[in-house]
Design a protein around this ligand. Structure first.
Ligand code: 4AD
Ligand code: MG
Length: 466
């Protein structure tokens, strides 16, 4: 590589050799003879200090460059790597020459030294990665994505790329963004009220995917273990701290797995990811622990060392109905679990992750395996403190007739699912899978409070800037 990253320089021996760093100035501080510059390149949480000493002589050229340096300026700095006399840093650079690559005028650069609110930073999402918080989030996001691939690749899963544009609605909830090349202006003026989709790009209505599950199932019933990891889209009008219109989802799908194997996999997966965060990202995690959510590391360590609770929907309902007064939405058997219910179970009752199974079929998707009681399905949702649902999954209905029945019952057309039904017609097997919302995982691991702060450029109702 042409340049050296600050994270590598910071852990190398301060043997007096000459080094050059590139980055953005966090702060510049001057005394009569000394100039201290903190340079950060985002490769790690810490900045490196470049110290210039006028007693040792600074060239006129470097003096001129120093005048142009303020917070946010980009620089190239060369000097000798020496042990640092200052506390909190092992090494520093005894500066010899500095070149400003780009100034950041104090009058207009929005990121000055003071702490900015997360709300303010959301409006400058193109500059926020230069802050401590968003630099840390960016590195965590990358590390967690890497960890996800490691987890599955080590366990014989194949990474499958499911389509972004699809003609099916996996969740059957109708919350989809339509994809079309039809001229909407023209259509608005047309005398007819019926749209002729045969003239559209795909010859029929198409949309952005809400989940890669159905297509993942086709590969799981061929190569046994698969996972998808890609963007998904939901046109639900939810303006909350846990919902995005565009989010990333990880969906493993495993042939020959039942709901219990599925729960074991989900628990092992979450623990693997937490352990990865704690072991591979100690500096960033320390920052989240100190500045974002006090006690985060202790809480996550506790989660690592405990068994997740597993209860049925019916058991959960008993617990919730006992405490009905606590809820705005009164719980009753048959209702979908509201966020307040989920959080009560995981935060107040059990105080750790909880996996709820056996939901009423009416509130779950068509593909979930029907239990013997004919009323509940083998769904599993994992709930975690501070967040509620982080994972949703199920054992899949592998019986052709039952599945066709469920599709019809829910007002969907079996013909639209002909290829999905073929998986049950030919060599059907029990199989299971789940979806983990990547941004929900990041909220959980970093302790950040708003999902819009753990994705670089959030998309939500009326929000598509950048
Ligand atoms: O529970 P969901 O809707 O399940 C599915 O889509 C299944 N097809 C998954 C599967 O079995 N393969 O979504 C799964 C997870 C949720 O638990 C949540 O973490 C996340 O995706 N999620 C969202 N994250 C951010 N914004 C939204 N609007 C989300 N909707 C779901
Ligand atoms: Mg769900």
């Amino acid at each position: 590589m042409k340049t050296q990253l600050i994270k590598d320089i910071l852990v190398s021996a301060p043997d007096g050799r000459e080094v050059t760093v590139y980055g953005w100035v966090r702060t510049k501080r001057e005394t009569k003879n000394l100039v201290f510059i903190q340079v950060n390149d985002g490769s790690c949480f810490a900045s490196i200090q470049v110290t210039l000493d006028r007693d040792r002589g600074i060239t006129e050229e470097t003096e001129a460059q120093l005048k142009r340096i303020s917070t946010g300026a980009s620089i190239e700095a060369t000097g000798l790597l020496i042990p640092s006399p200052a506390s909190g840093q092992a090494v520093e650079i005894q500066g010899l020459a500095i070149t400003v690559l780009g100034e950041a005028p104090v009058e207009t650069y929005p990121l000055q030294k003071k702490n900015h609110s997360l709300e303010f930073l959301r409006d400058i999402a193109h500059l926020r990665p230069r802050t401590n918080t968003f630099g840390a989030v960016a590195r965590m996001r990358s590390q967690m994505a890497y960890a996800i691939h490691v987890f599955f690749q080590e366990r014989g899963f194949n990474y499958v790329h499911t389509p972004i544009i699809t003609a099916s609605d996996c969740e059957g909830a109708g919350e989809m963004f339509q994809v079309t090349t039809l001229d909407l202006e023209q259509l608005a003026k047309a005398p007819t009220t019926k749209v002729d989709f045969s003239r559209d790009f795909f010859g029929k209505p198409a949309n952005l995917t809400v989940s890669g599950q159905l297509e993942a199932e086709t590969y799981a019933t061929a190569v046994s273990r698969v996972y998808t990891f890609g963007p998904t889209f939901r046109a639900e009008n939810s303006n909350t701290t846990r919902h995005l219109a565009e989010f990333w989802m990880i969906e493993p799908e495993v042939a020959f797995y039942d709901i219990y194997d599925n729960m074991d996999l989900a628990e092992e997966f979450i623990k693997f990811l937490i352990r990865w965060a704690l072991e591979k990202c100690p500096q960033d995690m320390q920052f989240f622990n100190d500045r974002i959510q006090p006690g985060l590391i202790e809480t996550l360590t506790h989660v690592l060392n405990s068994d997740f609770i597993r209860i049925s929907y019916t058991e959960a309902m008993v617990e919730l109905e006992k405490n009905a007064v606590k809820f705005e939405f009164k719980p009753y058997w048959g209702c979908d679990l509201q966020s307040e219910h989920e959080r009560y179970l995981t935060e107040t009752v059990y105080k750790k992750p909880v996996i709820v199974t056996g939901y009423p079929k009416e509130i779950k998707a068509f593909y979930m395996k029907l239990n013997e009681d004919g009323k509940t399905v083998r769904a599993m949702d994992m709930l975690v403190p501070g967040l509620g649902e982080i994972i949703g999954g199920s054992e899949r209905e592998e019986n052709l007739e039952t599945l066709e029945g469920r599709i019809t019952e829910l007002g969907l057309n079996p013909e639209d699912y002909w290829w999905y039904l073929d998986l049950r017609r030919y060599g059907t097997v029990p199989h299971s899978g789940f979806g983990l919302g990547f941004e929900r995982l990041l909220l959980y691991v970093t302790g950040m409070g708003n999902i819009r702060d753990v994705i670089p450029f959030p998309r939500a109702p009326k929000l598509a800037e950048f």
